[in-house]
Ligand binder design. Sequence first.
Ligand SMILES: NC(=O)C1=CN([C@@H]2O[C@H](COP(=O)(O)OP(=O)(O)OC[C@H]3O[C@@H](n4cnc5c(N)ncnc54)[C@H](OP(=O)(O)O)[C@@H]3O)[C@@H](O)[C@H]2O)C=CC1
Ligand SMILES: O=CC(=O)O
Length: 332
Amino acid sequence: MFILCVTIERGPKMKPKVIVYKKVDQEVLDFIQETCEVVSFEKLDSDTYPRFFQELKDAQGLLGSGLKINKELLDQAPQLKIVSNFSVGYDNLDIAELSARGIMATNTPDVLNDTVADTMFGLLLATARRMPEMDQLVKNGQWKTMIGEELYGVDVHHKVLGIIGMGGVGKAIAKRAHFGFDMPILYHNRSRNEEAEELFGATYCSLEDLLKQSDFVCLMTPLTPATENLMGKREFDLMKKTAIFINGSRGKTVDEEALVEALKTGEILAAGLDVFVQEPVQPDHPLLSLKNVVTLPHIGSAVYETRKKMAMLAAKNLVTGLQGETPPNLIK
Ligand SMILES: NC(=O)C1=CN([C@@H]2O[C@H](COP(=O)(O)OP(=O)(O)OC[C@H]3O[C@@H](n4cnc5c(N)ncnc54)[C@H](OP(=O)(O)O)[C@@H]3O)[C@@H](O)[C@H]2O)C=CC1
Ligand SMILES: O=CC(=O)O
């Protein structure tokens, strides 16, 4: 019998194509490029969207932040295997739609906890002691004499801090409050966080009790259907008139109209906000005209070292997923 043997020459294995739609260090791009073909965009805007959607057609991975990953976008990305979100919050991802299509989703928890907690504590202190207002007074040449009672702030140390959302960031805030400022801590989650209770003496309580008893209320939950508008008129009414509200979660966890009203009528003393329903917040937003509001442009994790750690973690998630393994921060 005559047997014909044919050897099929295989070319080098094609690298999967990924789109990185956020500016990351060359070191991070180099790491991804070892195993993937990378198309990168420093930002997405009206100029770059057409090419982004073109590239999406055969992309297997996405890495970036903020972009809404929903059904409409996924319909344009039939080869997609993984979405690596460059942030811990992932309310921009339609997780049900991704799961239904068998596409993995990952985020970047933990590496940013201390940085975000520093930001939130800074915001809390700045709001309590009216620092941006004082800064403006000095720079405007209005510091003519020692300031009077009308410009006094309120103490932070030994005051009761209520944390709604005692997770990674919440615990890092509690650590600062407990060891640095001798603050009794109340917290509210759907489940108990025994570590925070043991390490920082935090006391679990209902949302209602937390709002009634806290001098500072710090909101640090993810944005989910259950937390959307978590803080509304009823909740601000429950807070002490002397209390300060800090939001580091997402803008939509707060009913901004109710917050404006509470701040105007003196239902609460002041607010420190890193996040807004619409970002960037419009300059004519009523919150921005209030003296008792301190604002930041969503800078919780915005320091170079931390953003680099987040980028590398996002890159590892992406590459691991595309290699057929379980990424370290798979969202389940
Ligand atoms: N401003 C900024 O730059 C930043 C903002 N963030 C925001 O903060 C959020 C939290 O981050 P992180 O601490 O890492 O996340 P974690 O998942 O570690 O913690 C979230 C906490 O919120 C609690 N939680 C969730 N749902 C509810 C609910 N319905 N009611 C009460 N508590 C709830 C969880 O506890 P349980 O499950 O028991 O309810 C958990 O303790 C992010 O999702 C993001 O939106 C994060 C980093 C930076
Ligand atoms: O808002 C930032 C995040 O990491 O989530």
